[in-house]
Design a protein around this ligand. Structure first.
Ligand SMILES: Nc1nc2c(ncn2[C@@H]2O[C@H](COP(=O)(O)OP(=O)(O)OP(=O)(O)O)[C@@H](O)[C@H]2O)c(=O)[nH]1
Length: 335
Protein backbone atom coordinates (compact mmCIF):
# COMPACT_ATOMS: atom_id res chain seq x y z
CA UNK A 1 0.00 0.00 0.00
CA UNK A 2 2.83 2.34 0.95
CA UNK A 3 4.82 1.53 -2.19
CA UNK A 4 1.79 2.00 -4.41
CA UNK A 5 0.97 5.35 -2.82
CA UNK A 6 4.22 6.88 -4.05
CA UNK A 7 4.02 5.55 -7.60
CA UNK A 8 3.41 8.05 -10.43
CA UNK A 9 -0.04 7.81 -12.04
CA UNK A 10 1.20 6.11 -15.23
CA UNK A 11 2.88 3.36 -13.21
CA UNK A 12 -0.25 2.98 -11.09
CA UNK A 13 -2.32 1.88 -14.06
CA UNK A 14 0.50 -0.40 -15.26
CA UNK A 15 0.62 -2.16 -11.90
CA UNK A 16 -3.11 -2.08 -11.11
CA UNK A 17 -3.88 -5.68 -12.12
CA UNK A 18 -1.05 -6.86 -9.82
CA UNK A 19 -1.58 -4.59 -6.85
CA UNK A 20 -5.37 -5.14 -6.90
CA UNK A 21 -5.10 -8.86 -6.01
CA UNK A 22 -2.60 -8.01 -3.27
CA UNK A 23 -5.16 -5.71 -1.63
CA UNK A 24 -7.94 -8.25 -2.12
CA UNK A 25 -5.94 -11.20 -0.78
CA UNK A 26 -4.76 -9.09 2.17
CA UNK A 27 -8.36 -8.15 2.97
CA UNK A 28 -9.44 -11.77 2.64
CA UNK A 29 -6.70 -13.02 4.97
CA UNK A 30 -7.73 -10.43 7.53
CA UNK A 31 -11.38 -11.52 7.20
CA UNK A 32 -10.39 -15.18 7.49
CA UNK A 33 -8.32 -14.52 10.62
CA UNK A 34 -11.12 -12.55 12.28
CA UNK A 35 -13.78 -15.12 11.30
CA UNK A 36 -11.68 -18.00 12.63
CA UNK A 37 -10.91 -16.15 15.83
CA UNK A 38 -14.60 -15.54 16.57
CA UNK A 39 -15.70 -18.92 15.12
CA UNK A 40 -18.09 -17.52 12.51
CA UNK A 41 -18.35 -18.29 8.76
CA UNK A 42 -15.92 -16.43 6.46
CA UNK A 43 -17.95 -16.82 3.21
CA UNK A 44 -15.00 -17.68 0.91
CA UNK A 45 -17.21 -18.10 -2.19
CA UNK A 46 -18.70 -14.62 -1.87
CA UNK A 47 -15.21 -13.18 -1.30
CA UNK A 48 -13.89 -15.01 -4.38
CA UNK A 49 -16.79 -13.75 -6.52
CA UNK A 50 -16.25 -10.17 -5.32
CA UNK A 51 -12.51 -10.51 -6.00
CA UNK A 52 -13.11 -11.73 -9.58
CA UNK A 53 -15.53 -8.90 -10.37
CA UNK A 54 -13.12 -6.30 -8.98
CA UNK A 55 -10.22 -7.84 -10.89
CA UNK A 56 -12.23 -7.70 -14.13
CA UNK A 57 -13.01 -4.01 -13.51
CA UNK A 58 -9.33 -3.33 -12.74
CA UNK A 59 -8.35 -5.00 -16.02
CA UNK A 60 -10.93 -3.06 -18.01
CA UNK A 61 -9.85 0.25 -16.47
CA UNK A 62 -6.11 -0.20 -16.61
CA UNK A 63 -5.23 -2.37 -19.62
CA UNK A 64 -8.17 -1.61 -21.96
CA UNK A 65 -8.59 2.04 -20.92
CA UNK A 66 -7.04 4.06 -18.13
CA UNK A 67 -9.59 5.23 -15.58
CA UNK A 68 -8.11 5.59 -12.12
CA UNK A 69 -11.30 6.90 -10.51
CA UNK A 70 -13.34 3.83 -11.49
CA UNK A 71 -10.50 1.54 -10.39
CA UNK A 72 -10.21 3.20 -6.98
CA UNK A 73 -13.98 3.13 -6.46
CA UNK A 74 -14.44 -0.54 -7.35
CA UNK A 75 -11.38 -1.69 -5.49
CA UNK A 76 -12.68 0.06 -2.38
CA UNK A 77 -16.15 -1.42 -2.82
CA UNK A 78 -14.59 -4.90 -3.10
CA UNK A 79 -12.35 -4.41 -0.08
CA UNK A 80 -15.27 -3.04 1.92
CA UNK A 81 -17.46 -6.06 1.14
CA UNK A 82 -14.69 -8.58 1.88
CA UNK A 83 -13.78 -6.92 5.17
CA UNK A 84 -17.42 -6.66 6.18
CA UNK A 85 -18.39 -10.31 5.42
CA UNK A 86 -18.10 -11.79 8.94
CA UNK A 87 -19.22 -8.59 10.70
CA UNK A 88 -22.96 -9.39 11.13
CA UNK A 89 -22.23 -12.89 12.47
CA UNK A 90 -19.64 -11.55 14.95
CA UNK A 91 -21.90 -8.67 15.93
CA UNK A 92 -24.88 -10.90 16.75
CA UNK A 93 -22.86 -13.68 18.36
CA UNK A 94 -23.00 -13.59 22.13
CA UNK A 95 -19.65 -14.78 23.39
CA UNK A 96 -17.59 -14.04 26.45
CA UNK A 97 -14.70 -11.96 25.26
CA UNK A 98 -11.73 -11.11 27.44
CA UNK A 99 -10.10 -7.67 27.26
CA UNK A 100 -7.80 -8.41 24.35
CA UNK A 101 -10.61 -10.01 22.35
CA UNK A 102 -12.88 -7.04 23.09
CA UNK A 103 -10.16 -4.70 21.81
CA UNK A 104 -9.78 -6.85 18.69
CA UNK A 105 -13.56 -6.91 18.24
CA UNK A 106 -13.93 -3.13 18.41
CA UNK A 107 -10.88 -2.49 16.22
CA UNK A 108 -12.36 -4.82 13.65
CA UNK A 109 -15.82 -3.23 13.97
CA UNK A 110 -14.38 0.27 13.37
CA UNK A 111 -12.22 -1.05 10.53
CA UNK A 112 -15.09 -2.94 8.85
CA UNK A 113 -17.36 0.11 9.02
CA UNK A 114 -14.56 2.37 7.83
CA UNK A 115 -13.84 0.17 4.79
CA UNK A 116 -17.56 0.10 3.94
CA UNK A 117 -17.73 3.89 4.19
CA UNK A 118 -14.59 4.48 2.14
CA UNK A 119 -16.27 4.05 -1.27
CA UNK A 120 -19.10 6.32 -0.13
CA UNK A 121 -16.54 8.88 1.05
CA UNK A 122 -14.81 8.55 -2.31
CA UNK A 123 -18.06 9.28 -4.11
CA UNK A 124 -19.07 12.21 -1.96
CA UNK A 125 -15.78 13.91 -1.21
CA UNK A 126 -12.86 12.68 -3.10
CA UNK A 127 -13.87 11.53 -6.51
CA UNK A 128 -12.61 14.62 -8.25
CA UNK A 129 -9.47 14.62 -6.13
CA UNK A 130 -8.52 11.10 -7.20
CA UNK A 131 -7.60 12.53 -10.56
CA UNK A 132 -4.60 14.14 -8.89
CA UNK A 133 -4.06 11.81 -6.01
CA UNK A 134 -0.57 12.72 -4.86
CA UNK A 135 -1.63 16.35 -4.41
CA UNK A 136 -4.82 15.43 -2.52
CA UNK A 137 -4.63 15.75 1.26
CA UNK A 138 -7.90 13.89 1.51
CA UNK A 139 -6.54 10.96 -0.47
CA UNK A 140 -3.25 10.78 1.46
CA UNK A 141 -5.17 10.99 4.77
CA UNK A 142 -7.48 8.09 3.90
CA UNK A 143 -4.53 6.04 2.64
CA UNK A 144 -2.73 6.64 5.93
CA UNK A 145 -5.94 5.81 7.80
CA UNK A 146 -6.24 2.49 5.98
CA UNK A 147 -2.60 1.71 6.61
CA UNK A 148 -2.89 2.53 10.30
CA UNK A 149 -6.10 0.50 10.75
CA UNK A 150 -4.60 -2.46 8.90
CA UNK A 151 -1.47 -2.39 11.04
CA UNK A 152 -3.42 -2.14 14.30
CA UNK A 153 -5.81 -4.90 13.30
CA UNK A 154 -3.17 -7.31 12.01
CA UNK A 155 -0.98 -6.58 15.05
CA UNK A 156 -3.86 -7.35 17.40
CA UNK A 157 -4.78 -10.49 15.45
CA UNK A 158 -1.18 -11.66 15.70
CA UNK A 159 -1.04 -11.06 19.45
CA UNK A 160 -4.37 -12.85 20.04
CA UNK A 161 -3.34 -15.74 17.77
CA UNK A 162 -0.02 -16.13 19.62
CA UNK A 163 -1.74 -16.00 22.99
CA UNK A 164 -4.35 -18.58 21.92
CA UNK A 165 -1.61 -20.76 20.42
CA UNK A 166 0.36 -20.71 23.68
CA UNK A 167 -2.83 -21.59 25.61
CA UNK A 168 -3.46 -24.58 23.31
CA UNK A 169 0.15 -25.76 23.68
CA UNK A 170 -0.08 -25.47 27.45
CA UNK A 171 -3.38 -27.35 27.46
CA UNK A 172 -1.91 -30.14 25.33
CA UNK A 173 1.26 -30.25 27.40
CA UNK A 174 -0.66 -30.76 30.63
CA UNK A 175 -3.65 -32.87 29.60
CA UNK A 176 -4.37 -36.37 28.42
CA UNK A 177 -5.77 -36.27 24.90
CA UNK A 178 -8.36 -39.05 25.34
CA UNK A 179 -9.92 -38.13 28.67
CA UNK A 180 -9.00 -34.44 29.04
CA UNK A 181 -7.71 -35.20 32.56
CA UNK A 182 -4.34 -33.91 33.78
CA UNK A 183 -1.40 -35.97 32.63
CA UNK A 184 1.43 -37.37 34.75
CA UNK A 185 3.79 -34.45 34.08
CA UNK A 186 1.22 -31.84 35.15
CA UNK A 187 0.35 -33.91 38.21
CA UNK A 188 3.92 -33.91 39.56
CA UNK A 189 4.22 -30.16 39.02
CA UNK A 190 0.91 -29.28 40.65
CA UNK A 191 1.05 -31.89 43.41
CA UNK A 192 4.38 -30.50 44.68
CA UNK A 193 2.71 -27.10 45.02
CA UNK A 194 -0.49 -28.42 46.60
CA UNK A 195 1.53 -30.44 49.10
CA UNK A 196 3.01 -27.29 50.65
CA UNK A 197 -0.03 -25.02 50.36
CA UNK A 198 -1.33 -24.58 53.92
CA UNK A 199 -4.83 -23.59 52.75
CA UNK A 200 -5.27 -27.01 51.09
CA UNK A 201 -4.30 -29.22 54.07
CA UNK A 202 -5.01 -32.00 54.85
CA UNK A 203 -4.27 -33.63 51.48
CA UNK A 204 -4.84 -37.28 50.46
CA UNK A 205 -3.70 -39.28 47.46
CA UNK A 206 -5.93 -41.83 45.73
CA UNK A 207 -4.66 -44.30 43.16
CA UNK A 208 -7.52 -45.89 41.22
CA UNK A 209 -7.56 -48.60 38.56
CA UNK A 210 -10.35 -50.09 36.45
CA UNK A 211 -10.68 -53.82 37.19
CA UNK A 212 -10.08 -56.32 34.40
CA UNK A 213 -9.98 -53.55 31.85
CA UNK A 214 -8.09 -55.80 29.45
CA UNK A 215 -11.27 -57.91 29.20
CA UNK A 216 -13.27 -54.86 28.07
CA UNK A 217 -10.81 -54.26 25.24
CA UNK A 218 -10.53 -57.92 24.37
CA UNK A 219 -14.29 -58.52 24.41
CA UNK A 220 -15.74 -55.36 22.88
CA UNK A 221 -12.75 -53.74 21.23
CA UNK A 222 -10.43 -50.81 21.91
CA UNK A 223 -12.98 -48.19 20.87
CA UNK A 224 -15.34 -49.43 23.57
CA UNK A 225 -12.47 -49.38 26.05
CA UNK A 226 -11.89 -45.71 25.18
CA UNK A 227 -15.57 -44.91 25.82
CA UNK A 228 -15.30 -46.53 29.26
CA UNK A 229 -12.11 -44.58 30.05
CA UNK A 230 -13.83 -41.30 29.17
CA UNK A 231 -16.95 -42.14 31.16
CA UNK A 232 -14.95 -43.18 34.24
CA UNK A 233 -12.93 -39.94 33.98
CA UNK A 234 -16.12 -37.89 33.84
CA UNK A 235 -17.49 -39.72 36.88
CA UNK A 236 -14.34 -38.98 38.87
CA UNK A 237 -14.48 -35.29 37.96
CA UNK A 238 -18.11 -35.18 39.13
CA UNK A 239 -17.12 -36.52 42.55
CA UNK A 240 -14.28 -34.11 43.41
CA UNK A 241 -13.79 -30.41 44.16
CA UNK A 242 -12.40 -27.86 41.72
CA UNK A 243 -9.17 -27.60 43.74
CA UNK A 244 -8.53 -31.37 43.51
CA UNK A 245 -6.29 -32.95 40.86
CA UNK A 246 -7.59 -35.80 38.73
CA UNK A 247 -4.90 -37.41 36.61
CA UNK A 248 -4.74 -40.18 34.05
CA UNK A 249 -1.45 -41.72 35.01
CA UNK A 250 -1.39 -44.12 32.10
CA UNK A 251 -3.56 -46.91 30.67
CA UNK A 252 -6.51 -47.43 33.03
CA UNK A 253 -4.74 -46.06 36.11
CA UNK A 254 -5.71 -42.75 37.71
CA UNK A 255 -4.16 -40.69 40.50
CA UNK A 256 -6.24 -38.16 42.42
CA UNK A 257 -5.02 -35.55 44.87
CA UNK A 258 -7.82 -34.51 47.20
CA UNK A 259 -7.47 -31.17 48.97
CA UNK A 260 -8.86 -30.41 52.43
CA UNK A 261 -9.52 -34.13 52.78
CA UNK A 262 -8.26 -36.43 55.51
CA UNK A 263 -8.18 -40.19 54.99
CA UNK A 264 -11.84 -40.59 55.99
CA UNK A 265 -12.97 -37.93 53.52
CA UNK A 266 -10.79 -39.50 50.84
CA UNK A 267 -12.25 -42.94 51.52
CA UNK A 268 -15.77 -41.51 51.19
CA UNK A 269 -14.88 -39.94 47.83
CA UNK A 270 -13.29 -43.19 46.60
CA UNK A 271 -16.34 -45.22 47.67
CA UNK A 272 -18.65 -42.74 45.90
CA UNK A 273 -16.64 -43.02 42.68
CA UNK A 274 -16.52 -46.82 42.99
CA UNK A 275 -20.30 -47.01 43.49
CA UNK A 276 -21.08 -44.64 40.65
CA UNK A 277 -18.77 -46.52 38.32
CA UNK A 278 -20.25 -49.90 39.21
CA UNK A 279 -23.81 -48.54 38.89
CA UNK A 280 -22.58 -48.07 35.34
CA UNK A 281 -24.04 -45.10 33.56
CA UNK A 282 -22.04 -46.39 30.60
CA UNK A 283 -23.61 -49.89 30.54
CA UNK A 284 -21.49 -52.37 28.69
CA UNK A 285 -23.23 -54.73 26.25
CA UNK A 286 -24.87 -57.80 27.88
CA UNK A 287 -25.33 -55.92 31.16
CA UNK A 288 -21.67 -56.21 32.16
CA UNK A 289 -20.54 -53.94 35.01
CA UNK A 290 -17.34 -51.93 35.33
CA UNK A 291 -15.68 -51.93 38.75
CA UNK A 292 -12.76 -49.99 40.18
CA UNK A 293 -10.26 -50.52 42.97
CA UNK A 294 -8.60 -47.77 45.00
CA UNK A 295 -5.60 -47.34 47.30
CA UNK A 296 -5.36 -44.29 49.55
CA UNK A 297 -2.54 -42.63 51.50
CA UNK A 298 -2.16 -39.34 53.37
CA UNK A 299 0.12 -36.65 51.92
CA UNK A 300 1.25 -35.13 55.20
CA UNK A 301 3.27 -31.85 55.15
CA UNK A 302 6.91 -32.50 54.32
CA UNK A 303 6.26 -35.93 52.78
CA UNK A 304 7.63 -36.80 49.35
CA UNK A 305 4.76 -36.85 46.84
CA UNK A 306 6.26 -39.72 44.83
CA UNK A 307 6.64 -41.85 47.92
CA UNK A 308 3.05 -41.20 48.96
CA UNK A 309 1.82 -42.14 45.47
CA UNK A 310 3.86 -45.36 45.83
CA UNK A 311 2.26 -46.04 49.22
CA UNK A 312 -1.22 -45.51 47.78
CA UNK A 313 -0.28 -47.77 44.86
CA UNK A 314 0.65 -50.51 47.33
CA UNK A 315 -2.82 -50.20 48.91
CA UNK A 316 -4.32 -50.49 45.43
CA UNK A 317 -2.35 -53.69 44.95
CA UNK A 318 -3.85 -55.03 48.20
CA UNK A 319 -7.34 -54.11 46.95
CA UNK A 320 -6.70 -56.04 43.75
CA UNK A 321 -5.34 -59.02 45.70
CA UNK A 322 -8.40 -59.04 47.96
CA UNK A 323 -10.82 -59.45 45.08
CA UNK A 324 -11.03 -55.96 43.48
CA UNK A 325 -14.03 -53.52 43.54
CA UNK A 326 -12.89 -52.10 46.90
CA UNK A 327 -10.96 -49.32 48.64
CA UNK A 328 -7.92 -49.91 50.87
CA UNK A 329 -6.56 -47.12 53.08
CA UNK A 330 -2.97 -46.86 54.31
CA UNK A 331 -3.14 -47.03 58.11
CA UNK A 332 0.03 -45.04 58.96
CA UNK A 333 -1.84 -41.76 59.48
CA UNK A 334 -5.33 -43.18 60.04
CA UNK A 335 -7.12 -41.70 63.04
N1 LIG B 1 -9.06 -48.81 25.07
C1 LIG B 1 -7.91 -48.47 25.64
N2 LIG B 1 -7.24 -49.40 26.33
C2 LIG B 1 -6.09 -49.07 26.93
C3 LIG B 1 -5.56 -47.76 26.84
N3 LIG B 1 -4.41 -47.74 27.54
C4 LIG B 1 -4.22 -48.97 28.04
N4 LIG B 1 -5.23 -49.78 27.68
C5 LIG B 1 -5.43 -51.20 27.98
O1 LIG B 1 -5.61 -51.38 29.35
C6 LIG B 1 -5.39 -52.77 29.64
C7 LIG B 1 -4.69 -52.89 30.97
O2 LIG B 1 -4.66 -54.21 31.31
P1 LIG B 1 -4.00 -54.78 32.63
O3 LIG B 1 -2.85 -53.89 33.01
O4 LIG B 1 -3.70 -56.22 32.40
O5 LIG B 1 -5.04 -54.58 33.74
P2 LIG B 1 -6.53 -55.10 33.91
O6 LIG B 1 -6.99 -55.97 32.81
O7 LIG B 1 -7.37 -53.91 34.19
O8 LIG B 1 -6.42 -56.00 35.18
P3 LIG B 1 -6.39 -55.51 36.70
O9 LIG B 1 -5.85 -54.12 36.72
O10 LIG B 1 -5.48 -56.47 37.37
O11 LIG B 1 -7.77 -55.59 37.23
C8 LIG B 1 -4.56 -53.32 28.48
O12 LIG B 1 -5.39 -54.19 27.74
C9 LIG B 1 -4.26 -52.07 27.64
O13 LIG B 1 -4.23 -52.37 26.25
C10 LIG B 1 -6.31 -46.80 26.09
O14 LIG B 1 -5.93 -45.62 25.97
N5 LIG B 1 -7.47 -47.19 25.52
Amino acid sequence: MGWQSVLPKTDLSKWAIFTGPLYLIGAWLCTLGIAQKFSVPSYPKIAAAVGLVVQAVLYQNSVVQDNIAVRALWLNIGLGIIHFLPFPAIFFKRSNKDRLETLLYWSYAVFAIYTMLRPVMLLILGFTEIKDMTASIYWVATMLGSLLFSLILSGLLLVVAMRDGIAVLREERNHDVLTGLLNRRAFWELAERHAIDRRLQPVSILVGDIDHFKRVNDTWGHAYGDIVLKAVSATMLECVRSTDLVTRFGGEEFVLLLTNSDLEDAERVAQRIREKVSEGGYVLPQGQRITMSFGIAALVPGADVREVVNTADKQLYKAKQSGRDQVVVDQLYAA
